[in-house]
Design a protein around this ligand. Structure first.
Ligand SMILES: *[C@@H]1O[C@H](CO)[C@@H](O)[C@H](O)[C@H]1NC(C)=O
Ligand SMILES: *[C@@H]1O[C@H](CO)[C@@H](O)[C@H](O)[C@H]1NC(C)=O
Ligand SMILES: *[C@@H]1O[C@H](CO)[C@@H](O)[C@H](O)[C@H]1NC(C)=O
Ligand SMILES: *[C@@H]1O[C@H](CO)[C@@H](O)[C@H](O)[C@H]1NC(C)=O
Ligand SMILES: *[C@@H]1O[C@H](CO)[C@@H](O)[C@H](O)[C@H]1NC(C)=O
Ligand SMILES: *[C@@H]1O[C@H](CO)[C@@H](O)[C@H](O)[C@H]1NC(C)=O
Ligand SMILES: *[C@@H]1O[C@H](CO)[C@@H](O)[C@H](O)[C@H]1NC(C)=O
Length: 784
């Protein structure tokens, strides 16, 4: 651009043009201002492409004279920049001039050769010259180096042009902002200015004096959250460059079409307008303006007030808030805003760190809002963490999560909130006490030992079944759990259990959760907390990024990820976890529903036993339990449990044995189909073992040559665990010793039930099963 500008001067400098602007005749078009070449009244400096023009002018009916820049070609003349805004010349002064002074500065001299305006550079270059570029930038350059010494774009007026930057540099202290004219005829800086607040997330503002008058809402990297949608879409080419290292944040417009003439202007009365030149109608076409209505004006409804242009009155208080002064409010003076009706508990106690009381607060979602001012950006990965952070800090009154920005929080008053479906707004989560939220949306969260659960570890949730098998289980993401917890309604949808059908949503249940949550072992999933509200129950586990074992084991491709060392690690881990439950923990716990889908895997594929929903804890003296209802999962239940409802730790050992054989073979005990032979997995394993061909059971994806001894040992232990008689089965401590080769392994007894029930043979009973228990097993539907 610069070199082009200089090149163009050679043939354009002598061009003589006749033109007319505000009654002045311009006769000479000059291409550069030098020591020898001034711009006198009636002369103009033009940009090389004839786009812009600089000269002396008098706006409207003004009797003052200024040096300004305007679009040369546009018949409706509008000065986009004025040099001597604060130091006008009289219109009668026809001897004034724009010159390069002896110190190299660009000066405006009045008729008596007195400088009324100067570029004020301290190190002037005597060879300096000034040119007007085709983007409207007036540049003072060093004549020797060609380096730019000063630019009019550094000192914007009331008009923002493509190529200009608006913003700040916190390191150099530079601020570039628009300032309105005093009146349409007076370029003197007026009341209004336009600029950027660079704090993250950045916002653009119109200020009236030192007070905010209008704002865009936070910038999310793509758009301002708070502008009308139509504008947001049309603001194509508007961009924000934030360079934290350089300390700079600048807003700019890039226009892709060269024929489009677009400017942004702040009017003397504070209206920010976007104008496009329409060559057809020869008019400036204004397609966007802010503020448009009273709700757009900053803080119309005061703190914690919400403005909605379609309402009457336009202001109301947010949920849980009441007008600070009812009288003022009724009079239509809403600026005083609203105050909390019920103080937050943490506020009452004067403690800002009380997690205990923070737990009793919740969030109320407000949608389609222009988000409040003074947003604080937190660098969190997820919206849930944002809510947690907010709950844990009593000063935090709200949070929001918008596209591309996971976490914005507010402390102090919520100001300038507008409700409009036209705005590209976000949802605000307003902190309220539980009593304000109402039962429907409040979830009391129990943490381990009363502490607040650490939700930053994500989460595994399922319906706590009481003593009935869970219908469904969800492994859900962080953001969903956030929704679950904070939008209580959704939780209810997922996790509703009817209290009257359970009878266990009481203290007893809470005690059980408390007890279970005390268990800590690296092969048990940790319970982070649970939510109980009336009939709603939600248990929150630590997050297991690899979900459950069945997802790998029984998947045609995923199972390839489980090589032998991983599988052996998983087997040992489950055994250790179960041993802890049976023997080592302060409680004696029989799991009762051990199965592949209850083995969760963390990011390093460490197995963790989950789902204590069916577990019962016992004092050391109670060894056996008895229950009238048979619960558990078909395929994993021991014979004595199915037929007589008797369970003991040996029932778990049986389930472990089934699981072990499944891990070896990657086959489900229940869905097992061995080429028309009606063997179940246990029967098949027994068959191979007795034939001496046990290695054939192994998943074909396992390298056959790898650790055959370990594999066979596992098969052997598995068969010992699934023996018919509970008394023959080893305890988990023996199992563990046998798996590691430290204990001898007896010969497993022949299994009595080695054939699977088969109901897919035209209803004809193909069963050659001797046991009567099959009646029972058929009637139990498989869980998952
Ligand atoms: C300014 O324009 C004149 C012609 O009017 C030319 O001789 C001179 O070289 C130009 N100076 C610069 C610095 O471009
Ligand atoms: C100025 O206007 C003329 C005719 O109206 C047009 O041909 C020319 O391209 C315009 N120049 C610029 C820079 O817009
Ligand atoms: C202003 O300066 C110019 C050039 O130095 C000179 O020609 C002119 O006479 C001066 N005008 C007055 C009023 O001194
Ligand atoms: C130059 O400095 C003078 C005196 O400090 C000041 O009044 C004037 O506004 C400055 N001009 C510009 C363009 O900054
Ligand atoms: C302050 O907190 C404690 C628990 O930390 C609670 O028992 C007490 O009721 C609270 N006080 C008020 C005034 O809410
Ligand atoms: C709460 O958050 C505010 C804003 O980030 C912070 O200044 C304050 O120190 C926090 N308070 C606590 C107790 O963490
Ligand atoms: C604004 O108020 C009107 C009238 O009460 C209502 O219909 C509309 O939903 C409100 N706007 C929003 C975004 O809530």
């Amino acid at each position: 651009m610069d070199t082009a500008g200089i090149r163009a001067t050679a043939y354009l400098s002598a061009v003589l043009l006749l033109c007319n602007f505000n009654g002045l005749n311009y006769c000479t078009a000059i291409s550069n201002v030098t020591r020898a070449q001034k711009v006198a009244v009636g002369e103009t400096l033009t940009s090389p492409g004839q786009v812009f023009e600089l000269g002396f002018f008098s706006p409207g009916s003004s009797s003052n004279q200024y040096v300004g820049i305007w679009y040369k070609n546009i018949s409706v003349r509008k000065a986009i920049w004025v040099a001597n805004r604060e130091k006008p010349l009289t219109a009668a002064d026809t001897s004034a001039s724009l010159v390069i002074g002896s110190d190299g500065n660009l000066l405006i001299l009045d008729g008596t050769n007195i400088s009324v305006w100067s570029t004020n550079l301290s190190v002037g270059a005597s060879e300096a010259f000034a040119v007007l570029l085709d983007n409207g930038d007036l540049v003072l350059k060093d004549g020797t180096s060609g380096e730019s010494l000063w630019e009019s774009f550094q000192f914007p007026g009331d008009t923002f042009l493509p190529g200009m930057k608006l913003g700040v540099n916190t390191i150099t202290g530079e601020r570039r902002f628009l300032s309105s004219w005093q009146t349409e005829d007076n370029p003197l800086p007026g009341l209004f200015s336009v600029g950027i607040v660079p704090e993250s997330p950045a916002q653009a503002f119109v200020w009236k004096g030192s007070k905010p008058y209008w704002r865009t809402g936070p910038w999310n990297g793509v758009k301002f959250f708070g502008l009308p949608n139509t504008a947001a879409a049309n603001l194509n080419g508007f961009s924000f460059q934030i360079d934290r290292n350089q300390g700079s944040a600048y807003f700019s417009i890039t226009i892709s079409s060269s024929s489009l003439v677009r400017i942004v202007v702040i009017s003397p009365v504070g209206a920010l307008k976007v104008l496009d030149w329409d060559e057809g109608t020869k008019k400036w076409n204004q397609w966007w303006q802010e503020p448009e209505g009273p709700c757009d004006v900053y803080g119309t409804c005061g703190a914690f007030g919400v403005c909605n242009q379609s309402r009457s009155p336009i202001c109301r208080c947010m949920k849980g808030f009441v007008p600070k002064s009812n009288e003022e409010w009724r009079r239509g003076n809403w600026k005083g805003g609203c105050v909390r009706r019920t103080q937050l508990l943490c506020e009452k106690n004067g403690s800002h760190t009380s997690l205990e009381s923070g737990k009793d607060d919740g969030f109320w979602q407000l949608s389609d809002l222009k988000l409040p001012d003074f947003p604080i950006y937190l660098n969190l990965d997820d919206a849930t963490g944002c809510g947690i952070w907010c709950l844990n800090n009593c000063s935090c009154v709200a949070y929001a999560s918008i596209e591309q920005v996971n976490c914005i929080v507010w402390v102090g008053d919520l100001l300038d909130v507008q409700e409009s479906s036209l705005i590209s707004a976000g949802s605000l989560f307003l902190r309220l006490t539980k009593s304000e939220l109402g039962n429907k949306f409040a979830f009391k969260t129990l943490g381990i030992d009363g502490s607040f659960p650490d939700f930053s570890q994500v989460i595994f949730c399922f319906i706590l079944p009481g003593n009935v098998k869970p219908k469904s289980k969800y492994i859900i993401s962080f953001s969903v759990i956030s929704a679950l917890i904070f939008f209580g309604a959704i939780v209810c949808g997922y996790c509703r259990c009817k209290a009257n059908q359970r009878g266990r949503n009481s203290e007893e249940f809470k005690n059980e959760i408390r007890l279970i949550s005390k268990l800590q072992h690296r092969n048990l999933v940790r319970i982070m907390g649970c939510c109980i509200e009336g009939p709603e129950l939600l248990i929150i586990y630590e997050y297991m990024s690899n979900k459950s074992l069945d997802n790998f084991l029984f998947d045609a491709t995923e199972r390839a990820q489980l090589d032998w060392p991983k599988r052996f690690k998983i087997i040992l881990g489950i055994a250790r976890g179960l041993l802890y439950l049976h023997h080592d923990s302060c409680l004696k716990i029989i799991h009762r529903d051990l199965k592949a889908s209850n083995i969760l895997l963390d990011k390093d594929m460490n197995p963790k036993i989950s789902d204590f929903g069916l577990a019962r804890s016992f004092r050391e003296t109670q060894v056996l339990g008895n229950t009238r209802r048979v619960v558990g999962t078909f395929g994993y239940m021991s014979p004595e449990y199915i037929t007589r409802g008797v369970f003991s730790e040996k029932s778990d050992v049986f389930s472990f044995g089934v699981l072990l054989l499944e891990i070896l073979s990657s086959k489900k005990n229940t869905g097992f189909n061995n080429h028309g032979e009606h063997l179940n997995l246990l029967g098949y394993a027994w068959h191979l073992w007795s034939e001496g061909t046990g290695l054939e059971l192994m998943d074909q994806l396992l390298a056959p040559s790898l650790s055959p001894v370990e594999k066979m040992r596992c098969l052997h232990v598995g068969l010992l665990c699934v023996q018919d008689n509970a008394i023959d089965r080893p305890t988990m401590s023996t199992v563990l010793n046998m798996l590691t080769g430290e204990a001898d392994r007896p010969h497993p007894k022949r299994l009595s039930v080695t054939f699977r029930s088969n109901s897919d043979c035209n209803g004809q009973s193909q069963d050659r099963i001797t046991s009567s228990r099959i009646d029972v097993t058929i009637s139990i539907v498989e869980g998952r």
